[in-house]
Design a protein around this ligand. Structure first.
Ligand code: AMP
Ligand code: ZN
Length: 465
């Protein structure tokens, strides 16, 4: 079986072969920390987390870098609006970003470089591009990339030559294909930048957004690396410009596989801050949904398909998880030894099928379908009493194994040893028919944040969430 990904560069599914055997180097465009991230952003981050987790499950060592864009047009604009320094403003939203990814079960990348801490590396690349003639200083003192000097310009975004406007310049970080022009590598300081500037050989100013990612990716991953990801809105101009700057500078291929997540949409439109149709993670948590449920919803649709965000969808995700939780609870209750139907065989087949779906460009909906088929089958076997303790334990550990990829099972709760001791004491009291004492202990445990449920197998301790 081979792992395949759809490569935006070639518009084809390709077999994935990393540069170094057994290791994957990947770069994921991270948050611009001018505000809280919204559910659309998390769709991209969860796709990247699934990719990372699956590569690890497949046995690769993964070196992942996600940048923090803490200086660009938007961060400067909003910090000035708030009347605080750039770093005070971005620090607040960087912290919020890390809190949010923890709530969503997104694994930490190996590096989170901040743009403001890599300005020297950016200046080095810009100097190199000036030396080689790929860049020039514009009338406004900014440094621009000369797109007609780079022959491959437009390959990723499929830009036709008639759209190119060499010589015309664009200073803003974001623009659409109709205004493709020489873009800013270094922006000369102007009044709108306030106190935000760095000294450089080309004058006082700040880096453009695109050069940030070229500098930070190559610093940590090398001049050529395996995978670069982002949402589809990053393809143009951001990733197109990253390729131009990096390849013009090194003379080498920058990235081998480009993977892009389709957008999360709301009523047919991209969820975005500028359209004002967004929910932050906090908005959804305030409505009573959990990080697990939101993760499950955002993960469960194939990353190259648009995901229409609705609360019915979120309810469906909640029900899907409930089915898994109920199944796990049912397995816990199995208390007899006996024939174990064909658990081992069916688990083996499900693993193969799961791998084969995921190998095909991370077909998560197919892979989850296989897991639900297994649950359906096992529930039937449980109805018939055909699964004993050994089979139940095998099924549980298989789901745990897959959870290294999915990240959706409830966390194992650590039971406070004092609560365990009290539960044992209460059991003793009950056996001695001292129900008053038993109730007293149960109340004490409740105040400690746990419930005690009597089941045929004995007492079950649950943490109140
Ligand atoms: P930003 O903070 O705007 O730079 O975006 C961070 C990441 O979220 C980028 O990879 C974007 O492509 C991605 N993104 C932005 N909006 C959406 C959306 N509605 N759906 C999916 N991904 C998005
Ligand atoms: Zn980027």
């Amino acid at each position: 079986m081979s792992l395949t990904f759809y490569n935006t560069m070639t518009r084809k599914k390709e077999e994935f072969l990393p540069l170094r055997e057994g290791e994957v180097r990947m770069y994921t465009c991270g948050p611009t920390v001018y505000d809280y991230a919204h559910t659309g952003n998390f769709r991209s981050y969860i796709f990247e987390d699934l990719l990372r987790r699956y590569l690890k499950y497949r046995g690769y060592r993964v070196l992942q870098v996600m940048n923090i864009t803490d200086v660009d047009d938007k961060t400067i604009r909003d910090s000035r609006k708030a009347g605080i320094s750039l770093s005070q403003h971005t620090e607040k939203f960087t912290r919020a970003f890390f809190d949010d990814i923890d709530i969503l079960g997104i694994e930490r990348a190996e590096h989170y470089p901040r743009a403001t801490e890599h300005v020297k590396e950016m200046i080095d690349i810009i100097s190199g591009l000036l030396e080689k003639g790929y860049a020039y200083k514009g009338d406004d003192g900014s440094v621009y990339f000369r797109i007609d000097k780079f022959n491959n310009y437009g390959r990723l975004a499929h830009i036709t030559p008639d759209l190119l406007q060499p010589g015309a310049t664009v200073r803003t970080d974001e623009y659409d294909k109709e205004s493709v022009a020489d873009f800013a590598l270094w922006k000369a300081w102007d009044e709108d930048d306030g106190e935000v500037f760095w000294e450089s050989p080309f004058g006082k100013g700040r880096p453009g957004w695109h050069i940030e990612c070229s500098a930070m990716s190559m610093k940590y991953l090398g001049e050529t690396f395996d995978i670069h990801t982002g949402g589809v809105d990053n393809i143009f101009p951001h990733h197109e410009n990253e390729i131009a700057q990096s390849e013009a500078y090194t003379g080498k291929q920058f990235v081998r596989y480009w993977l892009h997540a389709a957008h999360l949409i709301v009523e047919g439109q991209k969820m975005s801050k500028s359209l004002g149709n967004f929910y932050t993670l906090r908005d959804l948590l305030d409505k009573g949904y959990s990080g697990r449920q939101i993760r499950y919803l955002l993960m469960s649709v194939h990353y190259r398909q648009q995901l229409n965000f609705t609360f019915e969808g979120l309810e469906a995700a909640k029900n899907g998880l409930q089915r898994i939780d109920d199944f796990l609870a049912r397995l816990e209750d199995v208390d007899f030894r006996g024939e174990d139907a064909a658990v081992e065989e069916v688990v083996g087949e499900t693993r193969e099928a799961f791998l084969s779906e995921m190998d095909s460009d991370l077909n998560i909906s197919g892979a989850l379908g296989k897991v639900f088929d297994l649950i359906h089958w096992a529930n039937q076997q449980l109805d018939e009493g055909a699964i004993g303790v050994a089979g139940a334990s095998q099924l549980r550990s298989f789901l745990q194994e897959l959870d290294a990829v999915l990240g959706i099972l409830p966390e194992k709760v650590e039971i406070d040893p004092e609560v365990q001791r009290l539960a044992d004491e209460r059991e003793k009291a009950r056996k001695q028919k001292n129900y008053a004492l038993a109730d007293e202990i149960r109340e004490k445990v409740r105040q400690m944040g746990y419930t005690l449920e009597d089941t045929p197998k004995g007492v079950r301790i649950k943490k109140v969430t």
